[in-house]
Design a protein around this ligand. Structure first.
Ligand SMILES: *[C@@H]1O[C@H](CO)[C@@H](O)[C@H](O)[C@H]1NC(C)=O
Length: 300
């Protein structure tokens, strides 16, 4: 008994000392004792959903199930969570993108999807506030991509009316306008939050313009396969077919993905992702005062 208690004191002491003085981040591997929600995301499509995705899980701290197998936080959550957030660059997901994708690709019209935008932007704002309250000080909040340039959308909304297309890029204009509408509202929301939390740095991740630079001048980036056609897919003008998607036995893959911007119709190739990351990190770099803390993209 005494040994156990001594041991736990030593462990706690060690955690405090090291977590406060040495480490910028925690990388935890483990099972349900460590899982802060991955299981939830990977199994959430199951019907019926697993028991731990249901109330009363999470009731004590999160007020909702988060995939943690507890009423609240886990050991790893307490290992200096706040300091972890304070010394981290917090990158939000491209929240809302899939809400629009699912709606548009299931046949909703622009007029039907437009009212989603203020609600989605509000949710992003609430997420940022929640993260700031938990200790985050530097956040990158990405906007939407120019969805009118994606092979999936170009295929789904193919039009015989030339007016629908941007003559420089070949992208569908109204879809890009929609993405810009989302981005405009998002940037207004970010300005509002910056005023409420002057101690934080909130960077708008301008995925839209980073990608548009590539769509406008694909040759500069080495996209000899074109910027719009997918590298991997089921054929057709944009090498995208809903029935035969990348990974399907009869899908075809380009020889050199680095000469393509679009990987599978909806997502970027690695090289395109790297250019976008570089563009976004230019803004992050300017707020890093110590050279050692400069964020970088790994080259291989
Ligand atoms: C998509 O693939 C299916 C299955 O091979 C084919 O029947 C269909 O014609 C294709 N659609 C287009 C638009 O190419």
């Amino acid at each position: 008994m005494a040994v156990t208690s001594l041991l736990s004191k030593i462990i706690l002491f060690a955690l405090t000392t090291y977590a406060e003085n040495c480490f910028n981040s925690i990388i935890g591997f483990g099972d349900s004792l460590t899982d802060t929600g991955n299981g939830f995301h990977f199994v959430s499509a199951y019907n019926p959903p697993p028991y731990f995705t249901l109330s009363p899980y999470g009731d004590t701290f999160f007020d909702r199930p988060t995939g943690r197998l507890s009423d609240g936080r886990l050991i790893i959550d307490f290992i200096d969570y706040k300091r972890y957030l304070q010394t981290s660059l917090v990158l939000l997901g491209e929240i809302g993108g899939n809400d629009y994708n699912h709606a548009f690709l299931q046949g909703k019209t622009e007029a039907e999807v437009q009212p989603f935008v203020p609600k989605i932007v509000k949710t992003i704002g609430e997420t940022i506030n929640e993260l700031i309250n938990l200790g985050a000080v530097t956040l990158v909040v990405p906007g939407n991509f120019p969805i009118g340039c994606s092979a999936t959308y170009l295929t789904h909304f193919a039009s015989t009316n030339e007016e629908d297309y941007d003559s420089t890029t070949g992208c569908i204009k109204w879809l890009n306008r929609f993405a810009q509408y989302h981005n405009d509202l998002l940037q207004t929301e970010l300005s509002r939050i910056r005023e409420l939390h002057p101690e934080t740095t909130i960077i708008y991740g301008d995925y839209y313009n980073a990608a548009m630079n590539m769509y406008r001048s694909p040759e500069i980036y080495g996209f000899t396969g074109g910027a719009l056609k997918a590298c991997c897919g089921g054929g057709g003008l944009y090498n995208f077919n809903f029935t035969v998607q990348c990974g399907h036995p009869s899908s075809v893959r380009c020889v050199d993905p680095s000469s393509y911007m679009n990987w599978d119709g909806m997502h970027f190739t690695e090289v395109a992702a790297k250019w976008i990351a570089k563009s976004v990190l230019t803004h992050v770099g300017t707020i890093c005062d110590r050279p050692s803390s400069h964020a970088g993209v790994y080259d291989h």
